[in-house]
Design a protein around this ligand. Sequence first.
Ligand SMILES: [Zn+2]
Ligand SMILES: [Zn+2]
Length: 510
Amino acid sequence: MPTSGTTIELIDDQFPKDDSAAGGVVDEVDLTEANILATGLNKKAPRIVNGFGSLMGSKEMVSVEFDKKGNEKKSNLDRLLEKDNQEKEAAKTRTHISEQPWTLNNWHQHLNWLNMVLVCGMPIVGWYFALSGKVPLHLNVFLFSVFYYAVGGVSITAGYHRLWSHRSYSAHWPLRLFYAVFGCASVEGSAKWWGHSHRIHHRYTDTLRDPYDARRGLWYSHMGWMLLKPNPKYKARADITDMTDDWTIRFQHRHYILLMLLTAFVIPTVICGYFFNDYMGGLIYAGFIRVFVIQQATFCINSMAHYIGTQPFDDRRTPRDNWITAIVTFGEGYHNFHHEFPTDYRNAIKWYQYDPTKVIIYLTSLVGLAYDLKRFSQNAIEEALIQQEQKKINQKKAKINWGPVLTDLPMWDKQTFLAKSKENKGLVIISGIVHDVSGYISEHPGGETLIKTALGKDATKAFSGGVYRHSNAAQNVLADMRVAVIKESKNSAIRMASKRGEVYETGKFF
Ligand SMILES: [Zn+2]
Ligand SMILES: [Zn+2]
């Protein structure tokens, strides 16, 4: 049967001779052990007190802290197992709110009210003052808001995302401190929390454990995941000890509330008040409205970048490349590339694609603040592109009628062919395949005489250049006339078929 796989030739004897020692046993990776490493549970996770890092997220979903009281002697793994067992027991007796239908009595229990205030309440206040005309927008405040939007935004994309979550480059402490402080201006939680849920997103993309699971719909992956209480059943963990080893991350997490209030609201208010004499404009536009816009833009990465756009590198999962999302997110919109090559400091690889975050990382490296910028080799990128192109081509191939499938045809030896040729004068062998050209003789573009000389014979050489080198189209017309395969020449039949683009799996053939 033709399949969408690649033709596999019989290649056993193409390998070098096996020279390995006999009887060697190779251990397989222990999955439990490897998963413990992936979640960082083998290490002592520092407890960084604040808790407000769960801001905009669901602590149940991403919590990596452990209760110290009474548990000091237990290993992280023991604590985890104990906690998981307790949760399982508790789940038996009650149904989590996320599994219950919405009713007039319980709707408020479905919601994460802190996040409702931070991503819905604050914008309502901002837009009320802006749209009612109570606080008019002045040009200076507008320009400062745009500039400050970029400062907070790039701290998320170049800092939270590409530096900390993916370690796609390294940075010296002044730059890390800058991103840690001004990342707070975007009100997206602490880098520790953000990086942890982001690593889970990359590890479990499009599964129930993916915090922003795109399969649950545009609304859920945009804001729903944050506004609704998540099901603790699908809680996931990822190792972030490299992040918590960074003092700037610990400093930011400890003082998150203070830093957030200061950078998101106090600083823009004071700057607009001092320089433009417009304190209220600073608070409303450079504060509330700016935070709303940057939050929505960032949420688009989880929603739009998993919905609209192209998938040039791999289409097995939802991430997509899209220039519209790139524009609002400082270049984070080339999300199909990003999910394939997450530790590449670039998101866009073509010169005309918009990725200012990449440019900023490069510029900071020129002045010595950033270093060790990571890139995947162009060859690895081309490989992925071609594999995806090949997949598309194979899908198209599967829809095409390639003529009778070789494996469905009867197998004749040469004697049978000669016998059958006496009954049917229109039979001819080309590349080990018997064709019945009776109905085609008068239509043959090379004339009746030529085709008639081939009847009852093997015309492989004449067909493929000895007399006339037939085109692809001619070969395709011929393929429709297949009636049998010659046993002694089945290998040339396979070669002929795979040359045309037909795909057969070795092993299933004959
Ligand atoms: Zn994603
Ligand atoms: Zn990422």
